[in-house]
Ligand binder design. Structure first.
Ligand SMILES: Cc1ncc(COP(=O)(O)O)c(C=O)c1O
Length: 353
């Protein structure tokens, strides 16, 4: 790990990480994959800064991360003809309104609302624009339709539970074609730059990086990839996450005080499950949900050493958020459930509804 990432053994490790990722994800021929700086955010922004501006943009936002990409598109890059298709927490925007003549920016799994797109059927096969998909918290836990994704990104710390640091950027042939035929009118910072002299910087997709990566993080990512291979690859990881979601689903079904934030069962995330507390009668949506109770529950669970960071994301409606990706053991989720019931009772006594 002390070796330079440019040394032959260092570069071989990076190449191995890319090759194992490509194989596990079953990327089609012609798709390129690179390690980029600044985690998933860096990968998404490298794509936005390098590719957008050639056509109008539809950006989908139904929770905090999508809203962040909309800010990049509309305010930072100032794209003319940008349209933000929004929905409130718990719902998806109307996918039927997406115009695939435009470049389309979307998050596959909205981590902070626990709402994901149900599949890729809504994405046009014969589109003229590019699809740019933030797939962090979906990649490795979802069957992604690669031919419909011109760009996809993820980070190492989400579904594979690896060390955070770097992002992965996947480019399909149409994205490469755009990079080689179009230059944005704005300056592209070096950490986002994917071309050299108007051509794709191929070395990035062969195990070289824009700047110095952490070889400790690379080793940890390789370890995570080997684990993923050992348990049966992506189909097994999907099954594990689905099974974890199923445990929570069964508990929600038999528990009157709780519900999924995701309204449509077909859109419920199998990695980031977001829950809301129903009102006292156990009915109705709870915009009046007592914010105090969810945070009191989170505080109690943390004090007991049962769960950490279990309150909903800071921008999301009050509630609980439970990671159910394939690195989470089923038994641990089963052990958590009585504690959630206990915390609800204890917090209800503390914070009257
Ligand atoms: C959907 C989504 N996009 C982007 C990010 C930001 O990722 P990173 O911290 O890897 O840059 C996250 C992190 O939780 C996320 O869940």
């Amino acid at each position: 790990m002390g070796r330079s990432h440019r040394s032959a053994p260092g570069a071989a490790k990076l190449r191995e990480a890319l090759e194992r990722s490509r194989a596990l994800l079953a990327l089609p021929d012609g798709y390129r994959i690179a390690v980029v700086p600044a985690s998933d955010t860096g990968a998404v922004e490298a794509a936005l800064w390098s590719l957008l501006g050639a056509r109008a943009v539809d950006v989908l936002a139904w929770e905090s991360f999508g809203q962040g990409w909309a800010v990049d598109v509309v305010e930072q890059l100032g794209i003319e003809n940008a349209r933000v298709l929004e929905a409130e927490y718990g719902r998806l925007p109307d996918l039927g309104r997406v115009d695939f003549e435009c470049d389309v920016v979307f998050t596959w799994n909205g981590t902070t609302s626990g709402v994901r797109v149900p599949d890729g059927d809504w994405i046009a096969r014969d589109r003229s624009g590019l699809t740019i998909c933030d797939a962090t918290s979906a990649a490795f836990a979802t069957d992604l339709p690669w031919s419909k994704l011109d760009v996809a990104t993820y980070s190492w710390q989400k579904v594979l539970g690896g060390e955070a640091a770097h992002g992965i950027l996947i480019l399909g042939p149409r994205a490469v074609e755009r990079l080689e035929s179009y230059s944005p009118r704005w300056p592209v910072p070096k950490v986002f730059r994917l071309t050299k002299g108007g051509r794709l910087n191929e070395s990035l997709f062969e195990g070289f990086t824009i700047n110095t990566p952490s070889m400790l993080a690379v080793e940890d990512y390789l370890d995570a990839l080997l684990w993923a291979e050992s348990v049966g690859g992506v189909p097994a990881l999907i099954r594990m996450a689905d099974r974890n979601l199923g445990i929570l689903q069964a508990w929600v079904d038999r528990t009157s005080w709780v519900d999924f934030l995701a309204v449509d069962p077909a859109t419920r995330s199998n990695t980031s499950v977001c829950l809301r507390i129903r009102d006292a009668e156990g009915a109705g949506r709870d915009d009046a949900e007592p914010k105090g109770r969810a945070s009191a529950m989170a505080g109690l669970l943390e004090t007991e050493g049962v769960a950490y960071d279990v309150a909903s994301y800071r921008d999301a409606p009050a509630g609980l958020r439970i990671w159910t990706g394939p690195t989470v053991e089923l038994q641990d989720l089963e052990a958590l459930l009585p504690w959630l019931d206990w915390a609800y009772e204890a917090a209800s006594n503390e914070v009257p509804a």
